[in-house]
Structure formats: C-alpha cells, structure tokens
Design a binder for this molecule. Sequence first.
Ligand code: ATP
Length: 631
Amino acid sequence: MRNTGGAPNSSSSSSGASLRRRASSAKLGTPIRSSSRMSRRPSSSMSLSSGSSSGEASAVYSGTIRVSVRPRPLDTGKNMWVINSDANCVFNREAGDFFYDNVFSPEVDNKSVYSSTVEPVVNKCLEGYNGTVFAYGMTGSGKTYSMQGGEGQIGLIDLCVEQIFSHFDAKTQRGAETKVVCSYLEIYNEKLFDLLNPETSLKVGNGTNGRQSSLRMHSASSTGVTGSSAEDLRIRDDPLYGVKVVGLTEVDAPDAETLLRVIRKGDSFRRIGGTDFNARSSRSHAIVLIRLTSRNAPDAPQTVSTLCLCDLAGSEKAAWQLERLKEGSYINKSLLALGTVISKLSQGSSSHIPYRDSKLTRLLQPSLSGNSIISILCTIHLSTQTFGETVNTLRFASRAKNISYSVSKMENSSFSTDEKFVESIIRENEKLKKTVSQLRQNGSASTTATSGSTISDGTVNANEQMAELVAENKILSEQLEHQKRLNEEVVMEQVMNNNESLQQLVQIQMQYQIPDPKFDQAILGLEQFGKTMMTKMEEMKSYIMHLEQKLSNKEYEKALLDGGREGDSEKTDSQEDQIEELQRALKSKESIIKALKSAKSMREIFEPPAIANDENRPQAKDYLKPIDNKV
Ligand SMILES: Nc1ncnc2c1ncn2[C@@H]1O[C@H](COP(=O)(O)OP(=O)(O)OP(=O)(O)O)[C@@H](O)[C@H]1O
C-alpha cells in the first residue's frame, strides 16, 4: 500500500534506522516530505513575524497546522502499528511511516497531550490570535476522552479554561479589563443546535425504535439518541468574524467555575448513541466557542480573539441500526467535506474551496481559510479491525500538516478602518452624552442662580466643554467620510445618536441663552457635520438602488430555481441566504430615511436670527437642503 495525497513516504524496510534518522529533522519542526512540498511550507511549524496590513504594522503569525496523533490503548485484537513517540512517527509495514508534530504513546495522559497540542494555541489566543483545536478520528478512538476527559482524566477543554483564567486573573490584578464569553453548539444531521439553550423543550430524536419521546437530559443509551431538538440555527457571513451563527446564545463567564458549569451543561445536551466501537458515541460535531477580550489599560488597544474547540463526531462504517445509519451518513458526508477542503488547501489549490458543502466546513471556514492558528488532534485505534479507518485518519492528518497560514492579531489597532470608526464613534457618542447631561445640569444651575442674561461660572465651564465638543465633532466628521458601506447600518445608528446629542446641545444653548462666540464655532462644526451627512446620504442612496436591483435579480433567480429544480435544496438555501443578506443590508434604508428627517429638523433649528444675519458665512441650510426621501 502506498501513501498518497501528501502522506509521508512509504517504507518497506525495517523502520528503526529510518525513524532515528528522521527523528532529528522532525524535532526541528521540519516536516519530512518530498522536497517540493517542503519548499512550499515554512521551515518551522509556527513562527511569529511582523507583517503589515493596510499600511499599519500588525503582528502576523505564520506557520503550518500543528498535527498530533494519539493512539487509544489497545483493548483487544492485534496491534498493527509501531508508535515511536521520540521520532513522532507512526509506522506500519504495509501503510508506511507517517510523521507529525507529535505522536503520543497510548499511555500518555491528557495533561501531556494538552501541553504539546493545545497550550501553545491558547497562549497565542491570549495574545490576541484566533485559535482552533479539533479532535478528529474514527468512532471510539478517544476524541471525547481527550476533549471532555473521562475515567479520572481532566479534559483538554477544562485545561483550556484553567489556563485562560489563570492568565486573565493575573492580568485583572494588574489592572487590566478582561472578559470571557462562551457559546456552545452542535451539528447534528447537518443542522445546527444551540447547546446553551436549555429553555427549549427537549425531545429525543427518532431512536432505533422509530418513536419520539421526551427527555429532560441525556442518558447514555445504546438504542436511542438523546439531546436537544431546539430550532436549527442559520449561518451567515459576517464582516468581522467571517461567519456567524444567528441567534446563538452567548454566556458571560466571569470565572473558571462558571465557564466550566456552562460547558458541562452544554455537554449534557449533546446527542449520544451506541455504535459498534463506542457505547456512548457522540453523534454530532460539538463546538465550544470561547471569546476572549482584554485591555491592559483604559486607553490601550483592545485584544479580541476566539478559541474554537471542536469534538468532531467519529467516522464509521455502515451501522446496523437505521438511525445510526442515517446519522453516520451525515457524519461521513461532513467529514468527507472537511477532508476535501483540507486536501484542496494542502495542495495550495487556487481553485474553488467547497466550504459550503457541509455545515462543519462552513463554520470552520474562517479558521481554515487562514484566520486562526490550528491544532488538530487525530485519535486512532491500533487494532487490525480498524486498520482501514486508521490509515484514512493518518492520511487526513498528513494532508492537514501541509497547510500553512498567516494569522493576524485581533487587536483593535489592526482593525479595519470601518471597525475603528465604529469603535471611535461609539466612544465619541458616550462623551457627547456626558457633555449633554453636564450642560443640562449647569444650564439649570445658571438659570436659578442668575437673572436676565448674567452668566454663571457653570456656564463658562459649559462653553469650554462645548469648544472641546466642536473640536471632537470635526474629527468625527472627517472619520465619517472614511467609513465604508459594509458597516453602514451600525454607523448610521451611531451617527444618528450623535446627531441627536448635537441637536440637544443646540436646544440647550437656545433654552438657556448662552451668549458665547464659541457657540458659533459649534454651529460651524454642526454645519460641517450636516454637509458630511449629505454627501453620505447621496452615496447611500445609490448604494441602496444597487442593492434593490441585486435583490430583485436574486429573487428572480430563486423563483426560477424553486420552480425548475425542486431537489436542489443547497442551491436554494444559498440563494435564500443571499436574499436575506440583501434584505438585511436594505434595512439600513430605514435608518437613512430617519437620518434625513433628523437632518431636516436640524436645519430648522439652525435658523436663529443671530446666525442667519451673517451673510458672509455659509448657512446650515446651504448644506441641509431637503432631500427626496424616496430612494
Ligand atoms: N487514551 C485513552 N485512554 C483510556 N481510555 C480511552 C482513551 N481513549 C478513549 N478511551 C475510552 O474509549 C472509549 C471511547 O472513547 P471516546 O468516547 O472518547 O471516543 P470518541 O472518539 O469520542 O468516539 P465517538 O466518535 O463515537 O464519540 C471511552 O470509554 C473512553 O474512556
């Protein structure tokens, strides 16, 4: 038998000498492959370099996927494989030798596996890089044992939680702000379920007896599948995270105990059932998402990263139970899709990567397409009975080892202009709100403390604040011009909030009659703001028309598909996704119309005689011309 698809060289000779010879190279982190493959990969498994994105210095982490193999201790049958942990090699006379970053001995404990496979990824996550860890292997080979733990062994997920909180607790003591948020979902029969949504009534899926029954929590059963049957969740594109699961529960975890409790609860809703190789087989892919946010000081950049921990369902040959057969076919189909994606990526293929072929690959798309540092733990059986499956797993592992990536740190100093803009505008808005409430207080103080137009100290203070506000507003207006369309919905909301705050300021000035030349500057600033708004409105109007045109084309295409190709559900799904996306984008139309109305009302405020009399100065109304709201 020969290895193909990026698998290491086959060797028919005794492995001893070749293993030792290769050990030194493997330890240096240089994968043993044909020279052409080696030249495509970075020389070390993971490296940190400084890169540049959009003209800004940002740390870029380059490396290959870290691949480790963990054999399960043999219960019965003959051992078919030689495991050489020193050389990080798995060998079989027929299949050849396979080299990875780590090959563990069957006796190894979870802590040792953790320190070589997951800890380096978590370290990087804590610095602000996204990280993904997944356990892959045939049914009963030890994925859940590794990820969740069992038989006195703490799981890799728990060890992640420990590491995260020991780091964050120390950081918090040094004055940093930290936040941990967790989500947990499963993919069962190509549907997505929220494992942190216990509110939803739980039903048991069709068991082998074909009946439906209700359960509160799972219980291991060799005849039925247990777990939640909440609504199927949808995946959609997201400009910040690549993809997003709509409506997925996010739970704040202030400490390790809470996070572990949340994850355990999720575990309890996972679907399990019995297979030939595992009486408590996970029948779904389970994905824990832990989002880490930290800021060393209030003015320091914020670091955001996501750690994605996946316990995949195990591949298996055709099962004897009808329900297992159906699940098995979904599991195998999604693992096949993952294999295809890995294979294409490992070939450096510039052709289409079929991420949309399964929910699993679609969810892992951002990670696999270079947004995340990845470590894969492949679990294997050593027995004769499972020889074919083990070879398949090792080949998958070899292909994964060929994939290289460059991941950027998720720090808001390296966010795109849009994200920075939204962040800054939110901060500005907070400041404006504070100023407005201070002015309100000062204004009422001055009204009670003075008679006629005498100004109190409080009002002078208010004017200083207003001058600051004008300066801030100018910056804000400049930033506005740079914002891109993708974020327009969020941006419009923020712009309107600012607009409202500014209008409140003008109203306060009029109400309390604060005579100060600085106020004129404020008005100029507001005019500039209005002008910028108008330019933006025009841009948005044409963008909306473009979206509406696209939407009607898509609806037409979908109608054709619905009518002509009933069976092609994937195509129509993707069409529906696109239509929903467009409809969502079009929602901003409402915001724009609201903003236009708001701008018009601002124009009416700008008509106080003292300002309108100055003929040499451009008037707010020059910019704030009424606009046809029909777009
Ligand atoms: N390294 C190991 N050491 C000791 N026992 C193990 C090891 N790996 C797995 N086991 C045992 O083997 C059984 C099956 O393991 P596990 O449930 O982790 O398999 P799995 O790969 O998750 O299977 P599935 O895909 O069917 O869910 C369990 O009883 C587990 O305790």
